[in-house]
Design a protein around this ligand. Sequence first.
Ligand code: PHE
Length: 476
Amino acid sequence: MATSSSTQPRDTWGSKLGFVMAAAGSAVGLGNIWKFPYTAGESGGGAFVLIYLMFVLFIGFSVMLTEFAVGRKTGLSAVGAFKSTDRRWAFTGVIGVLSGLLIMGFYPVVGGWALAYIFKVGGGLLSTPEAIGDSFGGFISDPVQPLMWMGVYLMLNIVIVMRGISGGIEKAGKVLMPLLFVILITVAVYGMTLPGAMAGVEFLFKPDFSKVDSNVVLAALGQAFFSLSLGMGCMMTYGSYLKKKENLVQTTGMVTAMDTGVAILAGVAMFPAMFAFGMAPSAGPGLVFVVVPQLFAEMGGLIGLLLALLFFIGLTVAALTSSVSLLEVVVSYLIDEKGMKRSRAVISASVVMATLCVFASLSLGGVGPTLFGTGAFDIFDLLTDKIFLAVGGMLVCIFAGWRLSRSELEKEITNDGKVSFPLFGLWYNLVKYVIPVAIAIVAFMGIKSGFDSGKGEIMLVGIGIIALAGVFSKKL
Ligand code: PHE
């Protein structure tokens, strides 16, 4: 059944910059601008940020390099990449595909919010700053409105992914990412000029380790994986489209730096303003949708309105370049492993995602089924961000370190010795020994303390699903 790649030349990225921008486009998204600030806010600020940065540097970078290398070496997407080496490892790819489906079970809901806010801002949201918070709460708990926006957002994904990789994703990434960067810098600079803003900078960068427990550490690990698009075969799939002559180490460095830069920038854009406005840093998932409009309302005039519009356009585009990569993981699995045509694969995947999104969106209004008292939106988030991605990353490392040979990996990463990578030995040992053990400890401790907040049960369910997939791996 695994057909296409051997018979047709695989579509490859149009240019080197195109690939870096597309991979950065996948990485930079709602994870950086929506999730990072509110997670940092809920997790106590500076200490969380520091731990997150450590994880990005020591785990994220290495795992991304591993995913690019395995993807390019096999030229296959998530499942096929593992399967072509060892059938028993196919389940790791399947968990990746499942993660893609589950993340796309809530991501388009938030993408829809971003899209809606372009129109809300255009329709005069900024003229009543005191109502911005309530307006967000009312909007996301509405049973109908957010679903319509989610539908439009998902349609945009479908159109882009239908057109194949170098046509759709690459162009979108190249044109619109720099715009977002410029807007974020503008917002950050303006936010810092507000009275009382420095308290926000301090909150974000001054670590207070008394606020750290195993939950916070697991949240930082999950955030690193989510933000860098790791642990689910996404970067592996992108790597499979990468030409043999590209420098993997340099590409990994650039993507990691851009992604982390944008997350920190988003934090700097939001926290000073929040403190200046006297808002609580633990405002939760509504943070960016409440703080940013208030900030622009404060700025006032046409400039405030224009920047707010551009911000939400940029946020929507950043979300799009990420969600198309999630959709692409599922689609390329269906094409490579199930022999489907691209158009059919896109439609099948999207139908499942749309259904999950309906549950996720309704759960925010308190409607629909719950598991251990948790609604669909939070279940999908918990399962993927806290369990599947981290464990997926661990498995990728174990696979590379123990199932592939050191010389194979060295050949792939150095392009047969043409590119120098003096830290190869360090990377190899991190991947083979340190990272799997570190992730196992962080996940174990995190799940254990998750029981205190009623989240442990769901995380355990996640572990159960992975174990089941492992047991039935031969059938996958
Ligand atoms: N990294 C993306 C973001 O930050 C989300 C994502 C996760 C994309 C996993 C692909 C794979 O928004």
